[in-house]
Design a protein around this ligand. Structure first.
Ligand code: URA
Length: 239
């Protein structure tokens, strides 16, 4: 099936759509050996598409893994402030992998990384509502009224949050732990939801995403998803 070149390139996981447009404008993209122009479409099953000489590949070496991101790492491909990058925790011979969504600098836990652009797009697209569960530690106590508000939705500056799951509430000295399951992925959503009910987050860890659980994976380590995890994940993502 024919698709716009910039869309195909970003779906291959090689780079973002905007970067792909830049490459097309610079004359670095070829279709069957001919320099392509912006606006052109191609079919990867019929055409040989290259970006700066590199052949686009969609399935042959697709790789998805989960990393237990420690705090103190960011989820970008580079950082002008020079902070440590989550991708630097991976060996370079795995090739270029992109974080699926983001965890804040101070958030730890399950971060997916993939070179499968379509999977990344589907997992982060709001319409697919992939569930994400966070283990949250807050100062103070999540009382019944706070729990109800988190569950039913709180008003943030970008609108009311969708219904969420709140489970396993337990006290620990002056703090409290609970599990919060969201089906949206707004910026700093857990921290902002907790602020909205008067609680400040002192620790935040993502423990599951769709069908995947962090399990016993140690902080800073990663593991490649197996075939069955990957096919279930694709189902969750609507692929
Ligand atoms: N919610 C947050 O507040 N931070 C994250 O990193 C993820 C979800």
């Amino acid at each position: 099936m024919k698709e716009r070149l910039q869309k195909l390139i970003s779906r291959s996981g090689l780079m973002s759509r905007r970067k792909a447009e830049e490459k097309i404008r610079l004359g670095l993209v070829t279709v069957d050996g001919r320099v392509a122009t912006l606006g052109e479409s191609a079919d990867p099953a019929q055409n040989e598409i290259r970006v700066a000489g590199q052949l686009l590949s969609f399935t042959s070496n697709s790789l998805t893994l989960m990393l237990n991101k420690p705090t103190g790492y960011i989820c970008s491909m580079h950082d002008p402030e020079g902070r440590r990058l989550a991708i630097d925790l991976l060996p370079t011979d795995l090739g270029r992998l992109y974080p699926v969504g983001r965890l804040d600098y101070n958030t730890e836990g399950l971060l997916l990384l993939t070179n499968d652009g379509a999977l990344a797009q589907h997992l982060t697209h709001p319409s697919h509502h992939v569930a994400k569960t966070y283990l949250v530690k807050v100062r103070g106590w999540l009382d019944e009224s706070g729990r109800k508000k988190l569950q039913e939705g709180v008003l943030l500056d970008d609108g009311r949050t969708a219904p969420a799951g709140v489970n396993a509430i337990r006290r620990s000295g002056k703090n409290c732990w609970f599990e919060l399951t969201l089906r949206e992925g707004r910026n700093r959503q857990v921290r902002r939801m907790c602020d909205a009910v008067g609680l400040s987050v002192v620790r935040l860890k993502r423990i599951s995403l769709g069908n995947l659980n962090l399990g016993e994976l140690k902080s800073g380590l990663f593991r490649i998803l197996n075939e069955s995890e990957l096919s279930n994940l694709k189902k969750h993502a609507g692929l």
